[in-house]
Design a protein around this ligand. Structure first.
Ligand code: DGI
Ligand code: FE
Ligand code: FE
Length: 193
């Protein structure tokens, strides 16, 4: 399938707002891939598809996850907001037949992050925060950081997400914490903390 076919596919699976978001994430992902020297085509595809299962019924998400061989941990069981990323990754691999581990992981970990993310994974994680339609307080700082130092941007994003989860008394996924610690280590080694 080509880019336009992926766009038509996601358009069918989600509302107008989510579609615009996906197109914008793909656009930001392309810009970040150009800036940091990642595979631009993969960044565009992963950006288009990253939320491809966000608006399907929860039972369908679960079914795709289970048939994809993913076993939910305790936090994932109790936090259905995390399911679309896992289902999306399985959908991209098992239904669309995209045989690319980096794209699989970029979709799978776009919500929580994880330790040891590849450049493509970092790009999709970051692009999701800076897409054109985002308007939260701090988005301009996030956009500037994203094109200056991607790990610094990720730290900013993780601080935002993790604090928000704490305030709302929601569980923080292990991968989000491991990602946060990993990014701190990377920044510290570069003398950027
Ligand atoms: O799909 P998007 O809306 O574009 O963004 P996303 O994939 O980052 O999803 C954001 C949602 O996921 C938001 O409701 C917070 C939730 N989330 C992110 N990290 C965690 C989390 N929820 C829990 N319980 N734990 C996490 O670590
Ligand atoms: Fe998402
Ligand atoms: Fe998204």
């Amino acid at each position: 399938m080509n880019k336009n076919e992926y766009l038509a596919l996601i358009k069918d699976r989600m509302g107008e707002r989510r579609y615009i978001h996906s197109v914008n994430v793909a656009k930001s992902a392309v810009q970040l891939a150009e800036k940091y020297g990642a595979d631009v085509e993969k960044a565009e595809i992963a950006g288009i598809l990253h939320d491809c299962c966000k608006e399907i019924p929860k039972e369908e998400m679960l079914q795709i996850i289970l048939s994809g061989g993913i076993i939910l941990d305790a936090t994932e069981k109790s936090s259905s907001k995390l399911w679309h990323a896992l289902a999306g990754a399985c959908y991209v691999r098992d239904v669309l037949g995209i045989d690319d581990e980096d794209i699989f992981n970029a979709v799978k970990y776009h919500t929580t992050g994880r330790a040891g993310m590849s450049l493509l994974e970092k790009i999709i994680f970051t692009a999701d925060f800076i897409s054109d339609e985002r308007s939260y307080s701090g988005v301009e700082i996030m956009r500037e950081k994203a094109f200056n130092n991607i790990e610094d941007a990720m730290l900013f994003g993780l601080q935002f997400t993790i604090s928000d989860l704490v305030k709302r008394k929601l569980p923080i996924h292990n991968n989000a914490i491991l990602c946060y610690n990993d990014i701190l280590t990377i920044l510290e080694k570069k003398g950027l903390l």
